[in-house]
Design a protein around this ligand. Sequence first.
Ligand code: NAP
Length: 237
Amino acid sequence: MQTFEGQQVLVVGGTSGVGLAAAAGFAAAGAEVTVVSRSREKVDEALKSLGDRAHGRTLDIRDDEQVDRFLAAAGAFDHVVVSAGVTPTGRADTLPLPDAYAAMDSKFWGAYRISRQVSIRPGGSLTLVSGYLSVRPGRASALQSAINAALEALGRGLALEFAPIRVNTISPGLLDTPLWDGLPEASRESMFAATVQKLPVGRVGLPEDVAEAILYLAGNAHSTGTTLFVDGGGSIA
Ligand SMILES: NC(=O)c1ccc[n+]([C@@H]2O[C@H](COP(=O)([O-])OP(=O)(O)OC[C@H]3O[C@@H](n4cnc5c(N)ncnc54)[C@H](OP(=O)(O)O)[C@@H]3O)[C@@H](O)[C@H]2O)c1
């Protein structure tokens, strides 16, 4: 198993779903992990499962000043993962414009705010989390496709700008995470069932599937500027 012993890792959005699974993976591999997200409750809950060496802070990545203050005080990390953001689904002709701007502000500009300011030690890495809609748009997700494609392009560009710090993007497919908790159970189940029918791997993804890939990219010294799809074949289905 890859070791991150003695390394410091920041997981933005590390209190739920993909981010929490990545934080748990890094912690199990010996890292000292810091998780941040907006909700105090989620931070406290995540810390209970991450062990004594984990730290947690509330942070809203939509807020320039909060991000400035947090990163100025946080010091440097060896590896940073950004797995935060909220992007409502909706056709471009019906999704209200303020909601569309808010989605971009949360997932794209949030990742950009963190990336441009976080201090990463030599030999370290930054991993962004996008989504397979970047290359496989749906019928009500043009905006999400654009946000995810923008993140993947950002990752490639930052890999040049920040070199020798390595920058990569993970692009998940549909995952069973708390992201979908707001949907009525029947709708969620039918969305998962329809996806299982289409996917070559025959199951919906788990946060741990994606976390494993995040740890791989953080640990692989020859990977940078890449987008790794962990989508069960969703982008070719
Ligand atoms: N689940 C899927 O099917 C799927 C598919 C493709 C791509 N993705 C992408 O994968 C990433 C992680 O998704 P997930 O499924 O793990 O979602 P999740 O379980 O809802 O976790 C999202 C995390 O981000 C935090 N967060 C949200 N907005 C934030 C903000 N403004 N500032 C700081 N933290 C914020 C949340 O905590 P707080 O609420 O406390 O802020 C939470 O810790 C997202 O970018 C998502 O778009 C997910």
